[in-house]
Design a protein around this ligand. Sequence first.
Ligand SMILES: Cc1ncc(C[n+]2csc(CCOP(=O)(O)OP(=O)(O)O)c2C)c(N)n1
Ligand SMILES: [Mg+2]
Length: 1026
Amino acid sequence: MHRLRTTVAILWPITVNQRAQGQSQARRFAAGGPLSTSEPMRNYTASLSAEPFLNGTSCNYVEEMYNAWLENPRSVHKSWDIFFRNANFGAPPGAAYQSPPPLVAPAPGFVDDQLMGGAQPNLEKLVEDHLAVQSLIRAYQVRGHHVAKLDPLGIKAGIDPGPPPSDIITTNDKLAFYGLDESDLGKVFRLPTTTFIGGSESALSLHQIIHRLEMAYCQSIGVEFMFINDLEQCQWIRQKFESPGVMQFTFEEKRTLLARMVRSTRFEEFLQRKWSSEKRFGLEGCESLIPALKTIIDKSSMNGVDSIIMGMPHRGRLNVLANVIRKELDQIFCQFDSKLEAADEGSGDVKYHLGMWHRRINRVTDRNITLSLMANPSHLEAVDPVVQGKTKAEQFYCGDTEGKRVMSILLHGDAAFAGQGVVYETFHLSNLPSYTTHGTIHVVVNNQIGFTTDPRMARSSSYPTDVAKVVNAPIFHVNADDPEAVMYVCNVAAEWRATFHKDVVVDLVCYRRNGHNEMDEPMFTQPLMYKQIKQQKGVLQKYADRLIEEGVVSRQEYEEDIANYDKICEEAHARSKDEKILHIKHWLDSPWPGFFNLDGQPKTMSSPSTGLPEEELRHIGNIASSVPLEDFTIHGGLSRILKGRAAMVDQRVCDWALGEYMAFGSLLKEGTHIRLSGQDVERGTFSHRHHVLHDQNVDKRTCIPMNHIAPNQAPYTVCNSSLSEYGVLGFELGFAMASPNALVLWEAQFGDFHNTAQCIIDQFISPGQTKWVRQNGIVLLLPHGMEGMGPEHSSARPERFLQMCNDDPDTFPIFSAEEFAVRQLYDCNWIIVSCSTPANYFHVLRRQILQPFRKPLIVLTPKSLLRHPEAKSSYDDMLPGTHFQRVIPDSGPVSEKPEEVKRIVFCTGKVYYELTRERRNRGMDYTVAITRIEQLSPFPFDQVKVETDRYPNADLVWCQEEHKNQGFYDYVKPRLRTTVNSTRPVWYAGRGPAAAPATGNKAAHLVELKRFLDTALNLDAFTGPS
Ligand SMILES: Cc1ncc(C[n+]2csc(CCOP(=O)(O)OP(=O)(O)O)c2C)c(N)n1
Ligand SMILES: [Mg+2]
């Protein structure tokens, strides 16, 4: 109704000024300017009933007509011309309309006023027809992809198998859907501003309109974009695909494309000839992937990108390494030789998982470009967030705040892209301020099969790419057997990314010539598809024939090209036979220049003290308890918290949050970037941290005091994440990979939530170094502790982390006393700590950066201890010369007469405070020593031995609050035994075995606690073999 009134208003006499405005609106987009959806010409006084054809559905169209008429009165139908003239001359409503001459079909593409004289027209039919044409154009834009010729096999196994939509004119009878018929094909219609099919023409015959829409939307490219909310973006895409003649390439471009197809195809053929029985997950059936990626890289390089980080699965990976990243061929070929000896530490990985980093000149742009392909595990799509994190880090370190220099490309298989939830989690990071990489180009190798499973059994969506719609990413489906169409969409995708800095998807619809791998028989499960595939001519051959026919290359040139590349492969193969040693380090995807010495070893094997001078502690404490911005009002409750912190500074003590502040603040001051990410980390799940202050009077005004520590400090990033663990932990792992000089921490809301990120932990964090010789210093903060909160929220499942530690339970390491700690750390796959004091937490965070190598650190963090009056540390424990304490010995009365001590209770974490309280209550301070093992892994054999030696007459008890089959017991027990050489039994005090981590009943929780404390401190509790 509103639009109708507007239109009628427009039809009233207008000023010259208004006329200019109307014209400029219509043409603004073409000039590249921003679009405005509303125009200021408004007059609500007109009578609507006076012009009956101005009904609610037609006013859109009338506006179009009017704007066109303003520009060129001859471009609209005579009847409209008369109508607008009359309206302009001030004809009152109802009088502007005059019956026009009858409509006789003019020649296609040609408006002939002369032919319009004579009989009475049916204006309503005219408006309806024009509206119908508008809907028809829109139908192609929305659903044209359904009839595009996307499937090289023509069997549509993997793409929307339904019948063509009824509003797409696949046969002339479908015109009836719009109230049109064949006789209308010659009529000329004014084109709306929402299409570019006219090129420089503003009106076309229906016949031409349909033809051009078919060319734009129903050939080898299917564009899905009409779900995008942004009009400017939709217009941009329409212009790219609808403008006549956009898909034309020069001979040179075609020859380059052919050369790339030759490399891609002959590489696989070479591998097949040489190693016919080796798994390589070849690219056959999707050879255009290589020119696709190269086109994206060329175009992005042209647009200023100088670093591209890629993640991809198994399919075609070797080909990408060889022909996109340009890894030396002999280095790839020698991977097929199993007799090679590994030169580096670690157990390595299969060849189609390894990563790679390479800087070279891009031949097309003559600019330097760095390409890295991230190593990845078998777990499909797991690498996606890791790539994004690494990309974000590289952007961050080079000040690329808009993603103009560094970008990521993610490759996917069709089945995995649709099936794996982490894809969705990764998409949801794409627009978040602290996680965006400013647009990723996704390329799907859509071979219409996943191992042996058909798409109809593997997903519920029409396309494997539907997940991308959640972020309004355009999706370009393309028949991979049409290399020029592939090249075109890849160019558009790269331009899209450079223009809008948003994600985009290229769906290469292809097939898989062989089975899942080269050994696999696909006819068992897809007999008809594979009968078709066997008949399918290879894409290289098809394209070469086409170019030869077009006269772009001669057959001889083409054959020479093939012979040349084959020769390159043969020569590299000959060279590869000279390789005796396999250097896994040559496959490093993230080098850390300057961090190690030249042979890749740490520059030193000593760890400096992690303590700080008192003034520094005081200074950071003051920042932590203040608001560094003027006129900034914080919440009253927070004022009280900050006052409490100030009081601690006066008393020279820290609680947990202040200890963390001291560690972060000092590292920032020393130039180490810190990034803390996770759900609600800014305030802290337990409302203890408050790293971001919020002005109570100004919406979204915030202050991060940690960024006010010192003038030249490193930046501090603290960011609440999306509600994802898999995606976000993967992202932070990737961020930590980019540089050793940053402390990157991911905090779980509660420790147990890490299990939804298990794949990142199992596949990357625990074994990353041994598989890919790549260190990583990521820190996981996992709130852990049995507080009677029920089965969830209680356990960070330390048993799982401990089970994956690589230290030997049965061997006491032989290291010198001075180097014991650091050597153990160097050898381990990760470090697991459960700190009981803020000072120790402070030290372990600082050690993470000050030690000369990087290892993942898992910290079981407390909940009730955050506010426990005894869980405070004095500055004295944080001063220069102090260190992280792997073991905290009992410093109470037991040390006075150690030989009289009857029992050592070893424990870790918050149960220490429960044990000491119970010991005090029982008056056993002289008979029972309570020793805290703060670093569980690598196990501090040396320091534990000091304790067991100190109390020669004591029995040994491991006490934990967790259930017996969980927690630390299984890990600690054999190591305690090894420490005492099995001369003393190791007893257990804790909860019994259970399926759940904790009871849901608070009373039961307390009974259990009482029971196991009783066992731990009852000197008669244990007899017989342990
Ligand atoms: C998370 C995960 N689940 C299962 C597998 C086993 N697997 C390996 S390849 C594959 C099929 C993948 O199909 P698709 O994504 O279409 O890639 P294609 O092999 O067809 O290129 C499966 C199920 C895996 N590697 N990762
Ligand atoms: Mg597949």
